[in-house]
Design a protein around this ligand. Structure first.
Ligand SMILES: Cc1ncc(COP(=O)(O)O)c(C=O)c1O
Length: 399
């Protein structure tokens, strides 16, 4: 892999590539092959540890994308997976054994909450969930066999921001490995490796891909951990398809410009909603009044393209609002060029208990928006008309 030292906008386009003058394709070729032939048994042995042995182990198309992501994150190395959940579960499984303990923030993606609380105990690994921004609670939860500290920032869907330096200090003192789900931030807005986080995880399905047309996951971080996780990925088999990896690389080329627009538009929309009479509360890291705004502005380059808000009304009103929107498409997921709306209790957090959701502040009135790259005035007009439609229905119901 070629290492440069360019800024993220440049690394999005050139990260991991050779800039020497040469005769070569501009676009990354797709090695759409499950296996690689060799000349003889000698070469077969040597090929085993390369990206030209068997695609479950690796593939040159993956290598090109992994090199780009490693540069973007400022990490030693990166790995691709068949989905974000696959990146997270494979990484955790690679790093724990029966009897180990994990400390995890309470506000994390619902699928991960389920994996930690319902699946890992079957293998003898227990997790303690702690208040996301109460770092004393993180420290108190640590036991002699605690192996991992699992974080997410900003959090899905309430957009809380973790002070990365604090959990890192707690973990380093006790030789605990830190992992963060940085999906909402992307390396354009936040580079956790620079804060000492050992492993950065992403649902690449979201901003990396950026076009709502592929599923993938990413782990980037310390070389020794990535090597360990690579062995586990090979065994569990969650490798990405090479064609999808090609699409992913194409998406990454525009990551920085997409994020620039999404950061700007999401802030504008958060400001609009925060002044609207039919909105009870708005969650967006760069919005005035956000409890960790100063920290977010110091730690992140932009607030990201996702925000959430509570409708002033019932869970039914939130559903009506999401259905009344035209430009925000009603669908789970986020991070694409098209704006999406979802109701977390029905989508990302449907699989976790109502009690856990309540502790996270994920109410029935909460609506999550993923802001795309459309014109922000059009998006605001769409929200305006949908909020007005809900208000009219509320009045009819009262009348
Ligand atoms: C923050 C976060 N992490 C992880 C995931 C899981 O990613 P995937 O759907 O690619 O498996 C999601 C999915 O929505 C997510 O929002």
């Amino acid at each position: 892999m070629k290492r440069h030292n360019f800024r993220p906008e440049t690394e999005s386009v050139h990260g991991g590539t050779n800039l020497d003058k040469r005769n070569a394709p501009m676009a990354q070729p797709i090695y759409q092959t499950s296996t690689f032939q060799v000349t003889d048994s000698e070469q077969q042995l040597r090929a085993t540890h390369t990206d030209m042995f068997y695609t479950r182990y690796g593939n040159p198309t993956h290598t090109a994308v992994e090199a780009r992501i490693a540069e973007l994150e400022g990490a030693d190395a990166a790995l691709l997976f068949a989905s974000g959940m696959n990146a997270i579960t494979t990484s955790i499984l690679a790093l724990v054994k029966a009897g180990d303990h994990i400390v995890a923030q309470r506000d994390i993606y619902g699928g991960v909450t389920k994996f930690l609380s319902a699946w890992l105990p079957k293998l003898g690994v227990e997790t303690t969930f702690v208040d996301t921004t109460d770092y004393d609670q993180h420290a108190r939860a640590i036991r002699p066999h605690t192996r991992l500290l699992y974080l997410e920032s900003p959090t899905n869907p309430t957009l809380r921001v973790v002070d990365l330096r604090k959990p890192v200090a707690i973990a380093k003192e006790r030789q605990i490995i830190t992992l963060i789900d940085s999906t909402f931030a992307t390396p354009i807005n936040q580079r956790p490796a620079e804060f000492g986080i050992d492993l950065v995880l992403h649902s690449g399905t979201k901003y990396f891909g950026g076009h709502t047309d592929l599923i993938c996951g990413v782990a980037a971080g310390r070389r020794d951990l990535i090597d360990e996780i690579h062995h586990t990925r090979t065994t569990l088999g969650g490798t990405m398809d090479p064609h999808a990896a090609f699409l992913l690389l194409r998406g990454i080329k525009t990551l920085a410009v997409r994020l620039e627009r999404q950061n700007e538009s999401a802030l504008r929309i958060a400001e609009f909603l925060s002044q609207h009479g039919r909105v009870r509360s708005v969650n967006y890291p760069f919005l005035k009044g956000h409890p960790q705004r100063a920290l977010a502005m110091e730690q992140m380059k932009g607030g990201g393209g996702v925000l959430s808000f509570e409708v002033d009304g019932t869970g039914e009103d939130a559903k009506r609002l999401s259905e009344a929107l035209h430009l925000f498409t009603l669908a789970p997921s986020l991070g694409g060029v098209e704006s999406l709306v979802s109701i977390p209790v029905l989508t990302s957090h449907a699989m976790i208990s109502a009690e856990h959701r309540q502790k996270m502040g994920v109410t029935e009135q909460l609506v999550r928006l993923s802001v795309g790259i459309e014109n922000v005035e059009d998006l605001i007009a769409d929200l305006e008309q949908a909020l007005a439609a809900v208000a009219t229905q509320q009045q009819v119901a009262v009348g």
